[in-house]
Design a protein around this ligand. Structure first.
Ligand SMILES: Cc1ncc(COP(=O)(O)O)c(C=O)c1O
Length: 385
């Protein structure tokens, strides 16, 4: 665990987990122009900015329909409402994700059915998903965790055999591909988040639902505005899932930069991989694995380390940002105790929750900062060994 190329990183270096200022600086003028355009129009809810954003995102993602919504959480909720999921229904999903994935199922009165993960990619294990299907299953919902697609072909088979839709929780994976095709449009419906820390982040909350199904798209659009095709005439009960014009305008400025930002994230991931090798750490740290047929957009760069919590504390004490995604799998969450799962039931997710640590990976991260992160991590590992 030596530190090659030492001297590059001063002891005072700090590395934040995310530096949104660095992304903002070069696009500031364009963002201010876009925000000014909205202010001058005084049209804040939906309108031409949202329409334009939806067209541009549909083209980018290669889908027929893109529906801008108020958040990634609302994207999931709206998608499941439009599919008619409700009490008595089961939705098969991973036990290891951000809370919204399972929370939205339960909010609709349906039952989330948890399954374990593939320990290499942290995504839902297709064989476990197949085994969890019952006559009450109404959807299969993989999550493309950390920016890498779940193994969609076998999951689509599971959904087809069960006669239910596949919902992609693509909140962390805008621009990721599976066998050359963008995620989001590969199942019946795909859901994205524009939370500011995501790889494509708005200046507040925002989300997107995409589909190639015309009928479902019409439902999504209707339910986004309280189930009304015409104002004050409600065919069905929906909600307020509208996207602000200001968010759409900002996202339209950012979208043309996304491919370049993603390449920068991938370069940084490759640089970390190289540094861990140079430092002789590959026996101590488990690096992220990109599966051959997938384009990983590295929304997060997640490693496994022994004594993770102690290592994290040491990194933070030296101003090196890091984060745990996620410390508690769904089946161990207090709010899901009523589902009757027990600790030990999904050992691969439980191990991931204990061992994983996300390191800074944003595109503007400098090579020296990455060197510093690995130097400090090497030191933390030797102190905690
Ligand atoms: C996997 C996953 N699903 C859903 C969401 C919810 O998105 P939002 O925070 O925009 O509501 C997130 C965002 O954190 C997420 O990571």
């Amino acid at each position: 665990m030596s530190a090659p190329g030492s001297g590059q990183a001063a002891a005072t270096t700090t590395v934040p987990m995310l530096d949104l200022q660095a992304q903002y600086r070069p696009i500031r003028d364009a963002v201010i122009d876009a925000v000014t355009r909205v202010c001058d129009s005084q049209r804040f809810i939906m309108g031409p900015e949202v329409d334009g954003m939806e067209r541009e995102m549909a083209a980018y993602l290669g889908v027929a329909h893109a529906v801008g919504v108020s958040s990634g959480t609302d994207a999931l909720l709206l998608a499941m409402m439009a599919l008619g999921i409700g009490p008595g229904d089961e939705v098969v999903t991973s036990t290891y994700s951000f809370f919204a994935t399972a929370g939205c199922v339960a909010r609709l009165g349906a039952t989330p059915v948890f399954v374990d993960i593939d320990p290499v990619t942290y995504n839902i294990d297709p064989a476990a998903a197949a085994a969890a299907v019952t006559p009450r299953t109404r959807a299969i919902m993989p999550v493309h965790l950390f920016g890498q697609s779940a193994d969609l072909d076998p999951l689509l088979d599971v959904a087809t055999r069960a006669g239910v839709p596949l919902i992609e929780d693509a909140a962390q994976a805008f621009g990721a591909t599976y066998k050359g095709r963008m995620v989001g449009g590969l199942g019946r419906v795909g859901c994205f988040s524009f939370f500011p820390s995501k790889n494509l982040g708005a200046f507040g909350d925002g989300g997107l639902v995409v589909t190639n199904d015309d009928t479902l798209a019409a439902s999504l659009r209707r339910m986004r505005v309280h189930g009304a095709d015409r104002q004050y005439y409600h065919q069905v009960i929906g909600g307020n899932f509208r996207l602000d014009a200001l968010q759409a305008a900002v996202l339209r400025v950012k979208l043309p930069h996304l491919a370049g930002w993603t390449e920068a994230r991938r370069r940084n991931a490759a640089r970390y991989d190289g540094l861990f090798g140079d430092f002789g750490l590959t026996g101590h740290v488990t690096l992220p694995v990109t599966v051959a047929d997938r384009y990983h957009i590295f929304n997060q760069y997640v490693v496994r380390v022994p004594k993770r919590d102690a290592v994290k504390a040491l990194l933070e004490s030296r101003q090196v940002g890091c984060a745990i995604y996620y410390p508690v799998p769904f089946h161990e969450q207090a709010c899901f105790a009523y589902l009757g799962y027990r600790t030990g039931q999904f050992p691969r997710a439980e191990a991931a929750a204990r061992e994983t640590l996300a390191l800074p990976i944003y595109g503007e991260l400098a090579a020296e900062q990455q060197h510093h992160v690995v130097t400090v991590l090497a030191d933390a590992l030797s102190r905690t060994a």
